[in-house]
Write a protein that binds this ligand. Structure first.
Ligand SMILES: CC(C)(COP(=O)(O)OP(=O)(O)OC[C@H]1O[C@@H](n2cnc3c(N)ncnc32)[C@H](O)[C@@H]1OP(=O)(O)O)[C@@H](O)C(=O)NCCC(=O)NCCS
Length: 389
């Protein structure tokens, strides 16, 4: 790698160069999308969340990260959602992407994010940097005619718009607290408002729930459906299903354990689509302190972490969990303790059972007899996201 390569903050006058690299990585940006893309890019630049690698003055790689919150054990944890990772073709395969991503990790940690997540186009580079699979994104398909008959007719449902953004966020927060959700994201209110302003998205609100859906060709697709009661779930699904005279199939981004799977008679052709996302801890004590743990779980555990790219995670620790809250404190440990690298730590945080981590080579040492208590503390509903970024 040339010595001239340096990690930089992307500036407004470098956006044309970023678009050039991006076109060679993801395909051309439609001219209609360019204005929106540039507006978004400026927001990332202004907040120090658009970074790159330059060779002399020329930008040859770039990445940005979203300022999200992610639900873990029913509590919100700030997460840097990394996106748009691109390296110019003539610079690939010689460590530029890794240099870029190390800079991203540092910048996100400096900005106080205890976690980072991303959707990998290739897992190799991200695994080298300590990311591991954290959960899924599912799209299930249902017969519109089945949804139409779900009932809930007594529930008042009204059309919603951009002014309802805060209400939507409040409802999302209520449901994830109650379900002690793992994985889903909270977008900034500005983005939620834009989502609801888009006239191609059809948004409906009930007292304790909402749905947002749109056309996908001649089918319908639900971006998100939140319901605080069975009656509201039935009403909102039936609202979308009311389109069954035109749309045969309704696709929906929902978790694998969403109650709809227990209500609907058929899932169209068993057709489910799945994408996986990766997670990494940037500040292990802060990440542990911020998330919720299974109520009733009690844990006292020594562990050793070796994390080459985030040295502050490395060392000997004591993990205590009680009353749904966890604390990771530096400790003097001796003897045979649980040993994790950053990938094992991320996968454990995301609820992967220790027996799987041991079998996959991501955890060793300690007493496997303690594993069940660890699994109980970190466990709960399977982690998922509804949206990519
Ligand atoms: C993916 C990408 C960012 C990697 O950048 P890069 O500069 O080539 O990465 P590095 O040279 O630092 O490689 C780091 C590791 O990832 C591996 N790697 C890189 N690209 C890979 C690919 N397409 N498939 C499998 N492994 C890959 C490298 O072999 C290396 O692993 P190794 O040390 O074990 O050999 C770059 O190829 C790119 O811009 N691709 C097109 C856009 C894209 O897919 N972006 C990622 C979106 S999530």
């Amino acid at each position: 790698m040339s010595d001239a390569l340096r990690f930089v903050d992307i500036t407004e006058d470098q956006l044309d160069a970023v678009i050039r690299v991006r076109a060679r990585s993801f395909g051309p940006l439609a001219s209609d999308d360019r204005e929106r893309w540039t507006k978004d890019a400026l927001a990332f630049i202004n907040d120090g969340r658009y970074v790159g690698v330059a060779d002399g003055d020329e930008v040859v790689a770039a990445a940005r990260f979203w300022d999200f919150q992610q639900w873990w054990g029913g509590r919100r944890v700030p997460v840097a959602g990394v996106a748009g990772v691109v390296v110019a073709p003539e610079y690939r395969g010689r460590g530029v992407g890794s240099k870029l991503m190390r800079g991203v990790l540092q910048r996100a940690a400096d900005k106080g994010f205890p976690l980072t997540a991303l959707y990998p186009a290739t897992t190799v580079i991200y695994r080298h940097l300590g990311y591991e699979f954290g959960g899924h994104r599912y799209k299930f398909s249902f017969r519109a005619a089945d949804l139409r008959c779900l009932g809930g007719k007594g529930v008042a449902v009204r059309r919603a718009g951009p002014d309802d953004a805060q209400r939507f966020l409040d409802l999302v927060a209520q449901i994830h607290e109650v379900r002690r959700s793992n994985g889903p994201l909270m977008w900034p209110i500005k983005e939620v408002t834009e989502w609801l302003r888009d006239e191609d998205n059809f948004a409906y609100l009930a007292d304790d729930g909402f749905v947002v859906y749109s056309w996908s060709g001649s089918d319908l697709t639900i971006d998100e459906l939140v319901a605080g009661s069975e009656a509201t779930a039935r009403a909102l699904w039936a609202t979308v299903g009311s389109g069954s005279s035109i749309a045969r199939t309704v696709h929906a981004y929902v978790s694998a354990d969403d109650p709809i799977h227990l209500m609907v008679e058929h899932e169209a052709d068993g057709d489910a689509w799945v994408q996986r996302w990766m997670l990494r801890l940037l500040d292990a004590p802060a990440a542990i302190a911020a998330r919720g743990f299974a109520p009733g779980a009690v844990l006292e555990l020594d562990l050793r972490v070796e994390d080459a790219d985030v040295q502050s995670n490395s060392g000997d620790w004591h993990l205590s969990v009680a009353d749904g809250v966890g604390r990771l404190t530096p400790a003097q440990v001796s003897g045979d303790v649980l040993e994790l690298g950053p990938r094992g730590l991320a996968a454990l945080y995301a609820g992967t059972p220790l027996v799987t981590l041991r079998a996959g080579g991501l955890a060793k040492g300690g007493s496997p007899l303690d594993d069940a208590a660890v699994d109980t503390a970190f466990g709960g509903s399977a982690s998922y996201m509804l949206d990519s970024f």
